[in-house]
Structure formats: C-alpha cells, structure tokens
Design a protein around this ligand. Structure first.
Ligand SMILES: [Zn+2]
Length: 109
C-alpha cells in the first residue's frame, strides 16, 4: 500500500500504525501523553491523550483533532475540553488527598 500521508506535520511522532490500511484510514499521530498511576504495586493506565489527523478521511477526522482515551473509549476533544479535563483532574487530586487523610483518621478511631 503506498504511503499517501505525505510529509508529517511537526507534531507527528512519525509512527504510523495504519500503513497497511486504506488511504482513508492512514493517519498522523503525536506521541501520546500517558497518565499512569501506581495502584497495588503496579502501574495502571488512567488516561491517554494525543493529537491526530487522517488527511484522506471523508469525515471530520480530515482536520487535526485531539483525542482522549479514558480507559473505556476514545473521545474527540476540543482545546476547551482539554482545559476542563485538566481542571477536573486537579480537583480530583485534591479529593484523593483528602480521602487519604480521611482514611488515616478513620484507622485511628
Ligand atoms: Zn506522520
């Protein structure tokens, strides 16, 4: 299958997993940003985000877009969605710290 992607944009990792696919299914993808957390002695994937584009796609993915994998599915997201997700993670981090303090207190009683 010929490479129909053309030159990679600056954000592309250069790794194309779909070279054997039809031209509409070939795309550029940035290096993923992974959030892995230690749980019970092992690393667990919580979130993956990346930029992608399928230049020959017939639908919206012909444009550059970002996607987030939250473990169960991929979601196409906007810049505003990414900001909201980051704020949500910050709030959740505070809740987790409080839960840890609550656990310590609960074990003292
Ligand atoms: Zn590329």
């Amino acid at each position: 299958m010929p490479d129909v992607l053309g030159p990679c944009p600056a954000w592309c990792s250069g790794v194309h997993h779909t070279k054997d696919e039809l031209p509409v299914d070939q795309g550029h993808q940035s290096a993923p940003i992974m959030l892995q957390v230690p749980v019970s002695g092992r690393q667990v994937d919580v979130l993956e985000a990346f930029i992608s584009q399928y230049p020959n796609a017939l639908v919206s993915r012909a444009d550059v877009y970002a996607a987030v994998d939250l473990g169960s599915d991929f979601y196409e997201v906007t810049t505003e969605d990414l900001d909201a997700l980051a704020r949500g993670l910050e709030v959740h981090a505070q809740r987790l710290r409080q839960l840890g303090r609550d656990l310590t207190e609960a074990r003292r009683i």
